[in-house]
Design a protein around this ligand. Structure first.
Ligand code: NI
Length: 227
């Protein structure tokens, strides 16, 4: 399932984040790439130890915790501390799949990457190219969102970033280990949850059928969730 989560960061937060990123110390993006993706990755990235990355990573995690659409879709168990990348003119990231397991820096935790996320930080009018292309069951999806919006997609999918031909594309990216590993099961839970929310808003959340559907939702989570 591909899902755009709008307004994870407000315009004011995006502006402050971009200002901090512009003054940060960028490194070669290949530092965190696996053996295959290293050969096709051409961008810059903030080291995980960067104070700017850590401060804005924490703010993004706080924002995600307060984003019901993200929580409903991802059912997050663990979220990787957000990283930041920068593509200037001529830079791109060829077709690759993200590593299945990521050690969380500074901890003994190994996170299974069920979902990948890209939070766009540059206004789409400010750069050309830089689309995130994701292969899914319905073909190739081209993603270029407003600054502050985020795309959530299965980490199992092949994806790439097309060359930037003008301007600079800044983004944050990270992974989520979901409580529900199976993408189709998670997608059904999301669909059910969203339907219950809509029914609840018209029928009232104490409507007997809404209560029963809510029970079914939680019983399915109980059946499928690992923590
Ligand atoms: Ni990737």
């Amino acid at each position: 399932m591909l899902l755009a989560v709008p307004n994870v960061l407000s315009p004011a937060q995006v502006a402050a984040c971009v200002a901090d990123l512009e003054g940060a110390d960028w490194a070669d993006g290949r530092a965190t790439a696996g053996a295959q993706s290293r050969t096709v990755k051409h961008n810059a990235q903030l080291p995980a130890s960067s104070p700017v990355a850590q401060a804005w990573g924490d703010r993004i995690l706080d924002a995600l915790g307060a984003a019901p659409l993200f929580v409903s879709a991802a059912l997050p168990h663990r979220t990787f501390p957000p990283l930041f990348n920068r593509y200037g003119p001529g830079q791109s990231f060829g077709t690759h799949v993200d590593n299945a397991i990521r050690p969380v820096p500074g901890t003994s935790i190994k996170l299974r990457t069920d979902l990948s996320a890209t939070l766009f930080l540059s206004n789409p009018d400010s750069y050309d190219g830089g689309e995130l292309l994701i292969d899914d069951a319905f073909g190739v999806q081209a993603i270029k969102l407003e600054a502050g919006d985020m795309i959530l997609y299965p980490a199992s999918s092949l994806h790439r970033v097309t060359p930037v031909s003008r301007g600079v594309r800044l983004a944050s990216f990270f992974w989520v280990q979901s409580m529900v590993r199976d993408d189709s099961a998670r997608a059904m839970l999301f669909d059910l949850d969203q339907t219950i929310q809509q029914l609840g808003s018209t029928q009232g959340i104490d409507d007997a059928h809404v209560v029963r559907l809510t029970g079914i939702y939680h019983n399915l989570v109980r059946r499928w969730a690992e923590s």
